[in-house]
Design a protein around this ligand. Structure first.
Ligand code: ATP
Ligand code: MG
Length: 438
């Protein structure tokens, strides 16, 4: 027998059985983003490599170690490792920044990073994220953070801490880089090779290095908060005031620098301890220089991205509720070929009316069909045989109680089914509805 082909390491299949969990997160994320004035954007899965070099940054782990770069014919592309660069590129390319500001866009997409796969760390993973362009006000930072918080609350998550920091602007960072260089130079020999080159080019990146020796050395490094210019300081103070006003608890964590080069001023993370080491479920911040760096007019902007897999892991570990998959409303069980024809046309009518209808396509006997209807959780079953076709009347069985109802197999059928559905399926629909609203 031929060897079975398995999925690549670090990827996951999302099967129909689990799709309700994804729908729950996606639907609530969409609703929350829309309630804050964001609309969905869809961008390509791959972009010109140059886009990520110029945004994410050449000295970041993402660019140096994690990108999937592919060559097709003579052209080179990179599978997006994150969504911000592509979204800003699309905003520029589609002239969105010439429209009313702020521009607000959210996305749900897959990202690709060549990392060591482990719980909560995949090579293909999914993000819900958003970007707001045009506002330099700290009120925008508070708005974006409050959206993330709102979403986490609506998903039913608990024990998620918000950490915030300011990593300043190029002005204050100049002094800070000097301080970092002088601090790390003293132990340059011990740094990993990547960080040795970062020391000259981008010393802040050393603070985000995952190597144990580098992170140990970085423990006592100078912190950026001591080097902020007046403008950055004021911005950060205002943000804290706004968050307090919104009753959003936070901790100032001067160690956060984030793994992407484009951030300025505010950076933040939502972290949980419930899913092990990869506990950052959401990361984001302000990137006032990025749009100009990508060839647009200088425009302040900010955003965040949530890892959907990590959100799901946390929801599962905390026993959060998920929407149920919609099940079959009516299963039609034909006993012979003639009845099959009738089953097909009834199902067609029912589906056109919005019901989930199924009938036998396996040539099974009636007993096996009933077993199947049970298994898929059909709410009603309609058995069709010679007698039923002849008399143009049949029994509709309500599976939850075993009760039987008389229905006509003519033009009255749909209306009779609708009546019964309203009477007996309403509880189900109501509880599904309540779950979504919650
Ligand atoms: P980490 O510190 O965990 O590596 P990051 O700083 O690289 O995260 P971002 O680039 O800011 O993460 O991405 C935003 C979010 O996407 C993260 O907070 C996380 O929830 C999720 N994420 C990032 N990388 C992965 C991955 N390899 N697998 C699953 N989720 C991920
Ligand atoms: Mg990372």
């Amino acid at each position: 027998m031929a060897l079975k082909i398995t999925r690549p390491q670090g990827t996951e299949d999302i099967t129909p059985k689990n799709i309700n969990k994804w729908y729950t997160v996606e639907e609530i994320a969409r609703e929350t983003a829309e309630s804050f004035g964001f609309k969905e954007i869809r961008i390509p899965t791959f972009e010109n490599t140059e886009l990520f070099l110029r945004s994410v940054g050449e000295t970041t782990d993402v660019v140096q170690k994690e990108m999937y770069t592919v060559k097709a014919k003579e052209t080179e592309f990179t599978l997006r490792p994150e969504g911000t660069a592509g979204t800003i590129r699309a905003m520029l390319q589609n002239g969105m920044l010439n429209d009313a500001l702020p521009q607000r866009a959210f996305y749900i997409l897959s990202c690709f990073r060549h990392e060591r796969p482990q719980a909560g760390r995949l090579r293909e993973f999914h993000q819900f994220g958003l970007e707001m362009a045009g506002s330099k006000s700290p009120a925008a930072d508070a708005e974006v953070i409050s959206l993330a918080k709102n979403l986490l609350d609506r998903l039913g998550l608990k024990n998620i801490e918000l950490n915030i920091n300011s990593i300043g602007c190029p002005k204050c960072r100049c002094e800070y880089h000097k301080a970092l260089r002088s601090y790390f130079s003293a132990r340059e020999d011990e740094l990993c090779d990547t960080c040795k080159t970062r020391l000259e080019k981008n010393p802040m990146r050393i603070l985000d290095c995952k190597s144990p020796i580098c992170s140990d050395i970085a423990k006592d490094a100078p912190v950026i908060l001591d080097y902020l210019c007046d403008e950055c300081k004021e911005h950060f103070e205002a943000l804290k005031k706004y968050l307090k006003n919104l009753s959003i608890d936070f901790t100032v964590n001067p160690k956060i620098v984030r793994g992407l080069d484009y951030y300025t001023k505010t950076v933040f993370e939502f972290v949980t301890t419930d899913i092990g080491a990869q506990g950052t479920v959401c990361g984001g911040g302000r990137y006032d220089g990025l749009i100009e760096q990508l060839g647009g007019a200088a425009t302040p902007a900010l955003g965040f991205a949530m890892g959907i897999e990590r959100i799901l892991l946390t929801m599962e570990s905390q026993g959060c509720e998920f929407m149920e998959n919609r099940t079959c409303d009516i299963y039609i069980a034909p006993m012979d070929e003639l009845a099959s024809l009738k089953a097909m046309s009834l199902a067609q009518q029912l589906r056109a009316d919005g019901y989930h209808a199924e009938y036998d396509v396996m040539d099974r006997g009636i007993k096996a069909q009933m077993k199947y209807a049970n298994k898929i959780g059909a709410k009603f079953v309609l058995v069709l045989g010679e007698n039923e076709l002849e008399s143009k009347a049949a029994k509709l069985k309500l599976m939850s109680t075993g009760e039987q109802f008389d229905v006509h197999l003519d033009e009255r059928f749909l209306e009779e089914f609708q009546d019964l559905a309203v009477r007996y399926m309403f509880d189900d629909i109501l509880s599904e509805f309540e779950e979504v609203v919650k």
